[in-house]
Design a protein around this ligand. Sequence first.
Ligand SMILES: *[C@@H]1O[C@H](CO)[C@@H](O)[C@H](O)[C@H]1NC(C)=O
Ligand SMILES: *[C@@H]1O[C@H](CO)[C@@H](O)[C@H](O)[C@H]1NC(C)=O
Ligand SMILES: *[C@@H]1O[C@H](CO)[C@@H](O)[C@H](O)[C@H]1NC(C)=O
Ligand SMILES: *[C@@H]1O[C@H](CO)[C@@H](O)[C@H](O)[C@H]1NC(C)=O
Ligand SMILES: *[C@@H]1O[C@H](CO)[C@@H](O)[C@H](O)[C@H]1NC(C)=O
Ligand SMILES: *[C@@H]1O[C@H](CO)[C@@H](O)[C@H](O)[C@H]1NC(C)=O
Ligand SMILES: *[C@@H]1O[C@H](CO)[C@@H](O)[C@H](O)[C@H]1NC(C)=O
Ligand SMILES: *[C@@H]1O[C@H](CO)[C@@H](O)[C@H](O)[C@H]1NC(C)=O
Ligand SMILES: *[C@@H]1O[C@H](CO)[C@@H](O)[C@H](O)[C@H]1NC(C)=O
Length: 456
Amino acid sequence: MKLPRSLSLLVISIAASVLSFCRQWTVISHQSDVVETSSSSFRGRPSHSSKNLTTADERPRVTGFLPQMNLTSNTSPWAYAYLMAGVDTEHPSYLGIFYNILVSSHILRDSNSTADIVVMVQMSANSTDHRLTPREEDILTRAKIRMYYLDIPPKQSFYTMQMEKFRILDMTEYERVYYLDGDVMPFCSMDYMFELSKTAAATTHYNETNTTPTPVLRENIILAWRIEPAHGGAFILAPKKGDYELLQEIIHRQEQQILFRHKFDTTKGWGHVITPPDAWHSTGGREGPNATKWSWHGNFADQGLLYYWTKYFKKEVSIIIGGNVENWSGNKSQVNVGLLKSFGCISSEFTKPFKYASSGFSKMAPYRDFKHFTGRSKPWLVSSGVNMTNTYKFQDIQTAQEYWFYLFRKIQQRYQLQEHSAKLHRIVPTTGFGGYPTIRMVRATARARKFRSQLE
Ligand SMILES: *[C@@H]1O[C@H](CO)[C@@H](O)[C@H](O)[C@H]1NC(C)=O
Ligand SMILES: *[C@@H]1O[C@H](CO)[C@@H](O)[C@H](O)[C@H]1NC(C)=O
Ligand SMILES: *[C@@H]1O[C@H](CO)[C@@H](O)[C@H](O)[C@H]1NC(C)=O
Ligand SMILES: *[C@@H]1O[C@H](CO)[C@@H](O)[C@H](O)[C@H]1NC(C)=O
Ligand SMILES: *[C@@H]1O[C@H](CO)[C@@H](O)[C@H](O)[C@H]1NC(C)=O
Ligand SMILES: *[C@@H]1O[C@H](CO)[C@@H](O)[C@H](O)[C@H]1NC(C)=O
Ligand SMILES: *[C@@H]1O[C@H](CO)[C@@H](O)[C@H](O)[C@H]1NC(C)=O
Ligand SMILES: *[C@@H]1O[C@H](CO)[C@@H](O)[C@H](O)[C@H]1NC(C)=O
Ligand SMILES: *[C@@H]1O[C@H](CO)[C@@H](O)[C@H](O)[C@H]1NC(C)=O
């Protein structure tokens, strides 16, 4: 089956890094002496040892935030959240994302972001370790990144992985959480987006000369993309008590329908018939007669649910469509052309690497302030065109990938990540996830849930 380009955009974000790991060139040294616990001795375990349950990780499983020394609980009302799912420490195909999180955090901190940074970690059901390696946990703590461990669902798949993004709704200690796919790199502090949607009466704009008492953006913010109205790779939600549970009910209802009907209903979508003049819009604007159908990519997974949740369930959302912003409240909307024109965070010093950033709408905030390394363009893959033997100087950087690599070299020094290219080439990438969510995966999840609830 040939996938349309933007489906890859959505789905490959996590998967391609998993599938293409054999091209990677470095790995965290597991022989580190930074933190020694029982599990470090498992590094050299023979291949059959995964069957020997007595060698399993002795560290306790954790769900929710991992208590981290020297990292007090949140200090900010805002957080950026990344997701790293299907982690198997014996098949470290997640390291590209791990490195990207370190690079991105470096950029955010360096540009004075005050928001917390969270990584949601979901281990693979096949992993004998219950957590990231002690060394990896230590690096994240030193980088002041909070770890939030997720339960392993009964039937883990690319679909369940996509739906875990919504776990940010459960982080009610934050007012806003900016979810970013594991292959998204901010170019600068994107805190202005939080600032623009601040609910407090006395909001000051990011632009200090222009202050106004009303927020510019609503509490939830979604971005239209080339052929879909809600991009699953970057969005902001306002966590509220009880909302995560409500969302789970919506998900289960949909899974049951798909189990029963074998397909996604593009008229009712997630529970709302779109009636004209209401319609969805993409930045490409080619939706035509389908603009009232739930017919875009990822419709039955994250990109459909995100649109339903923010626009028709919470009824509180700013939908950014290229240069336009739709502010929705209740069932009223206002369309604003160029609302975000004077915002953004790229300074002139930074223009160079971003000149080569992807498409037309990337010229506007918030699109221009991050890069989504989709498909094989991920800078940790040889296919990205980065010269991995080069030590790039800032003035020589031509692309966002090279900028990533330039910063990665700093990160590598800071945390003493060592080169193990020869070793890595022998690692066979394994993933049972597939590269995109399918209806079959949804049905498998529905059946697994049913089975588990019958046991209880
Ligand atoms: C399983 O692990 C234990 C403890 O490490 C070891 O003593 C035992 O020989 C192992 N058994 C097998 C079948 O590998
Ligand atoms: C915690 O911070 C203190 C003071 O900054 C430092 O001395 C100590 O080594 C830190 N502990 C860890 C585990 O990083
Ligand atoms: C971050 O803060 C430092 C110290 O106040 C300042 O020198 C620097 O210019 C700031 N960077 C940005 C991108 O605002
Ligand atoms: C929505 O857009 C209008 C501009 O037309 C603006 O005045 C208002 O503050 C925006 N924000 C919200 C939260 O409605
Ligand atoms: C509308 O959706 C249908 C079914 O998803 C698809 O076959 C058709 O090509 C779409 N039409 C347009 C104009 O996108
Ligand atoms: C939305 O519109 C419908 C019909 O126009 C109306 O009955 C309903 O009360 C409205 N809901 C809100 C929250 O404004
Ligand atoms: C700040 O906002 C004012 C009023 O909207 C505008 O004239 C000015 O150019 C903006 N400044 C920057 C640095 O964007
Ligand atoms: C990569 O960088 C190295 C070191 O600067 C250089 O010698 C080599 O020619 C470069 N390779 C390519 C393909 O540009
Ligand atoms: C675990 O391994 C089995 C067998 O190799 C594979 O079929 C399955 O998809 C894997 N599961 C995950 C979550 O990676």
